[in-house]
Design a protein around this ligand. Structure first.
Ligand code: NAD
Length: 253
């Protein structure tokens, strides 16, 4: 039980096969009380109701659009009212779009950057004051191997740019808030089997991709959830500003 008595907020944790949802399940199993924030309100409530119960009380599922500052502020108010001090924030929400540079419209760019990068700033800004006032906390931010190698398989250049921006933002926040006891780290997964890829992963593509993965399998949501758990817990008490690859060896650098 690594998170006994702790409260955790996880964005983008409603989709059934997603990384956020697997993280919420793992955190709840480790004793945390969890708030699932997702743009899909119904799915967020449903997901929260399906988590194993915490000794601190019921989990929460709330609508929150991470691109919208007011929506983040409202969600933070509700979470803090219900949970009290919140010491764990997992900035996990994200969307992708498989297009090439010359195909990116202004609206595409705005949307991909807003969800993947601005969303990290928005949620961090609304939870950091509470963490700072109550002795600190841990923030983990979702980046991607796509930020490191210049494109993934399903993310366009705008996705790579936004996810690379997350790394800089997280490192800067780690430096700024370390003295307040707030740790900020990032995760950079490779290809994880969730619904973010839609139905675009064909068996042929899969075989091809596996040739470049030394561990010879695609990742599971649980593989990333385990790293979020490490970062959220005191096991990583002396780790901040770090980037943890979860890619089966797809990128070794
Ligand atoms: P997913 O589609 O299952 O989950 C994404 C979740 O984010 C969904 O629940 C969705 O409703 C939510 N969301 C979307 N827009 C939102 C918004 N504006 N506000 C709040 N919530 C919003 O996909 P996933 O693969 O579990 O993705 C989780 C994170 O992992 C994303 O940031 C993604 O970019 C990142 N990632 C995924 C992979 C992969 O291969 N699956 C690899 C690297 C990084």
């Amino acid at each position: 039980m690594l998170l006994q008595g702790k409260t955790a907020v996880i964005s983008g944790a409603a989709s059934k096969r997603g990384i956020g949802r697997a993280t919420a399940e793992l955190f709840a199993a480790h004793g945390a009380r969890v708030a699932i924030l997702d743009v899909d309100a119904h799915a967020a409530r449903q997901a929260a109701s399906e988590l194993s119960t915490s000794e601190l009380g019921k989990h929460l599922g709330l609508r929150c659009d991470v691109t919208d500052r007011a929506s983040c502020e409202a969600a933070a108010r509700d979470v803090i009212e219900a949970f009290g001090p919140t010491s764990i924030l997992i900035n996990n929400a994200g969307v992708t779009q498989p297009v090439k540079t010359l195909e990116i419209s202004d609206a595409d760019w705005q949307r991909i950057v807003a969800v993947n990068m601005t969303g990290v700033l928005n949620l961090s800004q609304v939870f950091i004051p509470n963490m700072r006032d109550h002795g600190g906390g841990s923030i983990a931010c979702m980046s991607s191997v796509s930020a490191q190698r210049g494109g993934g398989i399903f993310g366009g250049p705008h996705y790579s740019a936004a996810k690379a921006g997350v790394l800089g933002l997280a490192k800067a926040m780690a430096r700024e808030f370390g003295p307040a006891g707030i740790r900020v780290n990032s995760v950079t997964p490779g290809l994880i089997q969730t619904d973010i890829t839609g139905d675009k992963l064909t068996p042929e593509m899969r075989t091809d991709i596996l040739k470049g993965i030394p561990l010879n399998r695609l990742g599971d949501a649980r593989d990333v959830a385990n790293i979020y758990l490490f970062l959220a817990s005191d096991l990583s008490a002396y780790v901040t500003g770090a980037v943890i690859d979860v890619n089966g060896g797809m990128l070794i650098h």
